[in-house]
Design a protein around this ligand. Structure first.
Ligand code: PHB
Ligand code: FE
Length: 325
C-alpha cells in the first residue's frame, strides 16, 4: 500500500501548495490541475477537478469508480481506495501506460481534503451550479471552508423523525431554490394512533428537496435496512463519470436529465437515456454514466447499500441488469 504524504514544499508561483501521493504528484495553476505519475502526466480544468473532488470526498469514494474524466479517478474497495490514471481508458491500457496505486481510505481522504481546501478559492463553491457560484480560476485567494465542509445529510430512518436529520425551512436558512419556486411547500396531515407518533411519518418530499443548496449530491432521506432513498437536485452536469459496482435506480421527479451511458471498463458508448419527469430507469452494474441537466431538476436515486453486491456482480452471480424487457 502506497504512502499518502503531503509535500512540505512552499506554495508555487500561483500561491497553491503541491501534493505528493505515493508516486503521484498534484499541482494547480490559475486554470488547470496537473497530475503526474511515473511515465505520464495529465491536465484537468481546475473547476471540474474541484467539483469532482468535492463529490468523491462527500460520498467517501462512493460505490465503485469515480472517474474525474477519461483518465484520472478513484475506485473504492471500502477500506482502501485505488487512485488511477488511464486504468479504464483502452488507449492507455493498450500501450501499458496506465498507472494505479492503492491507499488506505483515511490517508487518501486526509490528503484530498487538504488539496480541496488549499485549491478552492474564496467565492467558488464546488457543490453549486455554475450560475450560483463565483469562479474557481486565478491565483490563490482566500478559501471557502464553509462550502467544502458541508456535511452530507444521511437519515438514520427518515428525515424529520425524532432524533433524525431535520426537515428544511426558511427559519433554518434553507431557502427554496430559484428554479424550483413553483414547488408547493405544504406538509401532509399526520394522524398517528396514540403510541405510534414516532413510527408513522410523512413529509413533503418535493418541498424538502427544492430547498437543497447543492447539486449532484444525493442525500439519504430514508433508510430501510440496505434500501436507501436518496434525493438530489441536479443542474449543469454530474461532475464525475460514475462507474457502478451495483445497480442504481433513478426516478426523475421533475424536468429532465440526459444520461450518457458507456461500458464501465472501456468507456465504449452504450446508450443515451433522456429521462423526463415520471421516468424510471435501472442503471446496470457494469456501466459508467454521466448526467446532464439543462435546468435544475429533482432526481430520486435508489441505492442498495448491501456490502456483498460488488463481489456478487464481479463473480457473475447476479446479472448486471435487474430487469429484461
Ligand atoms: C450516480 O452516479 O449515479 C449519481 C451521482 C450523483 C447524483 C446522481 C446520480 O446526483
Ligand atoms: Fe451512478
Amino acid at each position: 500500500m502506497a504512502q499518502a504524504k503531503q509535500d512540505s514544499d512552499a506554495a508555487n508561483e500561483f500561491g497553491y501548495r503541491r501534493f505528493k501521493l505515493g508516486s503521484f504528484t498534484f499541482e494547480r495553476d490559475e486554470y488547470f490541475v496537473h497530475v503526474g505519475w511515473p511515465g505520464g502526466n495529465h491536465m484537468l480544468a481546475a473547476d471540474a477537478f474541484l467539483r469532482a473532488m468535492m463529490r468523491d470526498l462527500a460520498w467517501s469514494f462512493f460505490y465503485g469508480t469515480v472517474n474525474f474524466d477519461q483518465v484520472f479517478g478513484t475506485t473504492n474497495h471500502y477500506g482502501n481506495v485505488d487512485v488511477f490514471a488511464g486504468l479504464y481508458n483502452p488507449a492507455y491500457r493498450k500501450k501499458n501506460k496506465h498507472h494505479v496505486e492503492n491507499f488506505k481510505t483515511e490517508d487518501l481522504k486526509a490528503m484530498f481534503e487538504a488539496m480541496l481546501d488549499d485549491w478552492t478559492n474564496e467565492g467558488f463553491d464546488p457543490f453549486a451550479a455554475p450560475e450560483e457560484t463565483g469562479t474557481a480560476f486565478g491565483p490563490k485567494h482566500g478559501n471557502n471552508r464553509a462550502a467544502i465542509t458541508r456535511k452530507r445529510l444521511t437519515a438514520r430512518r427518515m428525515a424529520g423523525l425524532k432524533d433524525d436529520i431535520p426537515l428544511r425551512s426558511d427559519a433554518a436558512g434553507n431557502i427554496v431554490n430559484r428554479q424550483l419556486a413553483d414547488v408547493a411547500q405544504d406538509q401532509p396531515e399526520l394522524h398517528a394512533e396514540p403510541g405510534f407518533e414516532n413510527e408513522v411519518h410523512a413529509f413533503n418530499f418535493f418541498g424538502y428537496v427544492s430547498r437543497s443548496d447543492v447539486t449532484w449530491n444525493p442525500s439519504v432521506c430514508s433508510a430501510v435496512k440496505d434500501s436507501l432513498i436518496c434525493a438530489t437536485t441536479e443542474e449543469y452536469m454530474l461532475p464525475v463519470i460514475h462507474g457502478n459496482d451495483r445497480v442504481e435506480w433513478f426516478v426523475q421527479l421533475t424536468d429532465e436529465i440526459h444520461w450518457d451511458v458507456c461500458d464501465r471498463d472501456t468507456g465504449e458508448p452504450r446508450a443515451r437515456v433522456v429521462m423526463k419527469a415520471g421516468d424510471v430507469a435501472a442503471m446496470p452494474a457494469d456501466i459508467r454514466h454521466q448526467g446532464f441537466s439543462p435546468k435544475r431538476s429533482i432526481l430520486l436515486v435508489w441505492e442498495n447499500n448491501d456490502a456483498q453486491l460488488p463481489e456478487l456482480y464481479a463473480k457473475g452471480k447476479l446479472k448486471p441488469n435487474p430487469v429484461d424487457f
